[in-house]
Design a protein around this ligand. Structure first.
Ligand SMILES: Cc1cc2nc3c(=O)[nH]c(=O)nc-3n(C[C@H](O)[C@H](O)[C@H](O)COP(=O)(O)O)c2cc1C
Length: 201
């Protein structure tokens, strides 16, 4: 912990994550908040896909999705997930592992309401991860729901957030000669504090 300073400095890993994301927002061409979200199926076979990180809270990370999707089924079965964010322009990554719970209250309503009308209707129309016979059938469903739901659709009951409460967060930054810097924060068993240690690259 002694030589942790500069970009790795600070006593709150969520504050460091917010700072790194803010820097990535300046340098990345697209989607600086994209995370590769990993889950496992019932056999323990890993699964991974990109989603957008929408909030970094005091002690959690939040993203939004369809509760019927494969990722949701896997999260609900295990209660766990991991993700990595990688910023090519900054040559940095953040890795997170933790426990997951739904965010389906007013916060999810507010985020849903902030999306464009087309995105809100798209959330209603898509049976995410289920087979789809054709793009035309999806567009027909969007048109039907647009007429039925009007300009202020409510948040679909099958769509909302997941909150990942980390047990581990690792900050990684590229170093000369592949001697990268890594700091792993591990949540203490009791209480809110963290143990930080430098790892070999
Ligand atoms: C950059 C990027 C961002 C994405 N963001 C989201 C997202 O925030 N929520 C979501 O449900 N899917 C998002 N997707 C689509 C997912 O990668 C995935 O295709 C979808 O959620 C279905 O995954 P599943 O079948 O494993 O549940 C995104 C894809 C990309 C490439």
């Amino acid at each position: 912990m002694s030589d942790r300073s500069g970009k790795f400095g600070g006593e709150d890993p969520f504050e460091i994550a917010r700072r790194w994301l803010a820097e990535a927002e300046e340098s990345e061409i697209n989607d600086p908040n994209a995370i590769a979200l990993a889950t496992v199926d019932a056999e323990g076979l890993p699964n991974v896909r990109m989603v957008l990180l929408k909030e970094i809270e005091a002690d959690a990370f939040v993203f939004y999705t369809n509760y019927g999707s494969v990722k949701a089924q896997e999260i609900e079965a295990s209660g766990k997930a991991a993700f990595v964010m990688h910023w090519k322009s900054l040559r940095r990554q953040i890795r997170v592992r933790g426990h997951v719970e739904r965010e389906e209250g007013p916060q999810a309503d507010a985020y849903y309401a902030s999306r464009s009308l087309k995105s809100r209707l798209g959330a209603w129309a898509s049976e995410q991860s289920a087979p789809l016979s054709s793009r035309a059938s999806l567009m027909a469903k969007v048109a039907k729901l647009t007429a039925e739901l009007g300009p202020n659709p409510p948040r679909p009951p099958f769509w909302g957030g997941y909150r990942i409460r980390p047990v581990e967060i690792e900050f990684w930054a590229d170093g000369a000669f592949r001697l990268h810097d890594r700091f792993r924060w591990v949540k203490s068993e009791n209480g809110p504090s963290w143990h930080v240690e430098r790892l070999n690259p």
